[in-house]
Design a binder for this molecule. Structure first.
Ligand SMILES: *Cc1c(COP(=O)(O)O)cnc(C)c1O
Length: 345
């Protein structure tokens, strides 16, 4: 039962807390030193996650950012360009990591609400003449966070993979919310991950594990990724404590994601009814981007806060709300009422 004296926190699906089953698994986890690859729980998690995604091997990383940056470091050489969607996580929220850590530049690709068109990706690929930087990697984000959790369906995903293959370029999938995409499209994560050179999935977002992401790929890719992880300071020891919770998350949470999605549509419907710029039909997963009049985002953000609803200001005219497992029906009703009372009418 939710406590009405506490705010309803819609800032992110990273706010999930470990479930009782996760805490039990943590307390009894077998552990060892993962730098020697002797933590049985980490190894089990890596193997299970890789198998679910259809890859040979996996690497448990402290965060999605670290896993993305490791992938960039493995696939590119300094001086190359990385093709990434304009509002993609690696360009907006990784602190210029690709430049600082790998010596590469992003080349921004436009999209239709987060879904890049194959022709636009093809047009952005550069490999001649010799006086320009060459493309080294393509990154795809599914679901797309800043475009409101939009899904890249399997057919479009396969087209992007085909462009990479035709151009002999590696293609990395930022699948922080790949299970949300699978829930929304009704196809398995292994279908949405098919053909990519490497895939990152977050365990600490909607899946609800306290910490961690998985990077998957071929055995040689993961061997190199493990070395880079150490260089980035991410080699860890008895991480089985965390992997134990993540293994439970992989079992427990995917069947529950549909509820997050229907609650996101409820929030979107409330926002649309209150006169904000949003099409509830476009809310496919657990992220709701509410558009305001120019410059009014901070006013909506502040007004909701005074009513006990926390959200994220993502642009001068946009706030983001995210649903996740720890919310209940009462929280959603409180949020809808608050949105309604902040309406523009
Ligand atoms: C959250 C997120 C990441 C990074 O994950 P962290 O664990 O927060 O570093 C990467 N990509 C996308 C699309 C995300 O939403």
């Amino acid at each position: 039962m939710s406590d009405v004296s506490l705010p309803v926190d819609l800032r992110s699906d990273t706010l999930t807390k470990p479930t009782p089953a996760m805490r039990r698994a943590m307390s009894s986890a077998l552990v060892g030193d993962d730098m020697y690859q002797e933590d049985p729980t980490v190894r089990a998690l890596e193997e299970e996650a890789a198998a679910l995604l259809g890859f040979e091997a996996g690497l448990f990383c402290v965060s999605g950012t670290m896993a993305n940056e490791i992938a960039i470091a493995v696939w590119t050489r300094p001086g190359q360009e990385v093709l990434v969607e304009e509002r993609g996580h690696p360009v907006d929220y990784e602190l210029a990591g690709m430049a600082a850590l790998s010596g590469v530049m992003p080349r921004l690709v436009p999209s239709h609400r987060g879904v890049m068109q194959p022709a636009d990706v093809q047009a952005a690929i550069r490999r001649s003449p010799d006086h320009i930087a060459h493309s080294g990697l393509i990154i795809v984000e599914n679901t797309h966070n800043m475009w409101g959790g939009t899904v890249i369906p399997a057919a479009q995903s396969a087209e992007l993979v085909a462009v990479a293959r035709q151009n002999h370029l590696p293609i990395h999938l930022d699948g922080a919310r790949l299970w949300n995409a699978a829930e929304a499209t009704g196809v398995g994560v292994e279908i949405l991950a098919a053909g990519y050179s490497s895939v990152m999935v977050s365990l600490s977002k909607g899946l609800g594990a306290p910490v961690g992401s998985i990077l998957t790929g071929s055995r040689p890719f993961i061997r190199e990724a493990r070395r880079i992880r150490k260089r980035f300071g991410g080699g860890w020891r008895q991480a089985g404590i965390l992997a134990a919770a993540a293994r439970v998350a992989l079992q427990e949470t995917p069947p529950l994601l549909g509820l997050d999605h229907s609650r996101a549509r409820e929030l979107a419907a409330a926002a649309a009814a209150a006169g904000f710029r949003i099409d509830p039909m476009q809310v496919e997963t657990n992220i709701v981007m509410v558009g305001t009049d120019p410059g009014r985002g901070k006013h909506l953000h502040a007004a909701l806060k005074t009513k006990g609803i926390l959200c994220l200001l993502t642009a001068p005219d946009e706030v983001r709300m995210v649903t996740y497992r720890d919310l209940d029906e009462n929280d959603i009703q409180r949020a809808c009422q608050a949105i309604n009372s902040c309406g523009r009418a």
